[in-house]
Design a protein. Structure first.
Length: 182
């Protein structure tokens, strides 16, 4: 079994709920059945609908226009990611901090008319963390703080957030309900 702890960054616009978000970065950590980190994955994606990043998006994520301009399109990147994560083996579980990443993956797959059924094998660590601690779900940074784990890297960067979420995942490795897929 491979646990794929992932975090996505997407195009965004401040105070615009109707903005069509697209994934611009996939960051992930692959953890094996012994709870050892096997490898990490990080790749930018060239957006299709809104190819020019807003100033808000660039400031929030620190992702530059050049990063996405030089990136590959989503279909190529997601194929590469799926190979890295060994999705075809069926021996995987996607783990993210909340449901946003799952929903955004499905949305991007639909945009490009790609199969998204593989995304069904997903759990929300955020919601399980709240349940385990008998608390309301909280953000990743707050969860790290509760566990006295320092936030490393840049918050709102896919790879850095994935690495930080992986620390929470490993700290609670005996407490997650891996059957509670969303």
């Amino acid at each position: 079994m491979n646990y794929i702890v992932l975090d996505l960054e997407a195009t965004c616009e401040e105070n615009n709920r109707n903005f069509s978000n697209e994934i611009i970065e996939i960051g992930a950590v692959r953890i094996d059945e012994n709870f050892d980190i096997i490898s990490t994955y990080n790749e930018f994606i060239k957006p299709k609908i809104n190819p020019v990043l807003t100033d808000f998006c660039k400031q929030l994520t620190t992702i530059t226009q050049e990063d996405v301009d030089n990136a590959r399109a989503f279909p190529e990147v997601i194929e590469h990611f799926m190979n890295w994560a060994d999705i075809n083996s069926g021996e995987y579980l996607l783990c993210s901090w909340g449901y946003y990443d799952r929903k955004q993956l499905v949305k991007n797959c639909e945009l490009y008319r790609l199969d998204s059924s593989w995304i069904d094998k997903h759990i929300s660590l955020k919601h399980q963390f709240g349940t385990i601690r008998n608390e309301r779900p909280c953000g990743m940074a707050k969860a790290l703080n509760k566990l006295n784990i320092p936030l490393e890297g840049t918050h709102h960067r896919g790879i850095d957030d994935a690495k930080n979420i992986a620390k929470i995942f490993l700290a609670y490795k005996d407490k997650w309900d891996f059957n509670q897929v969303s």
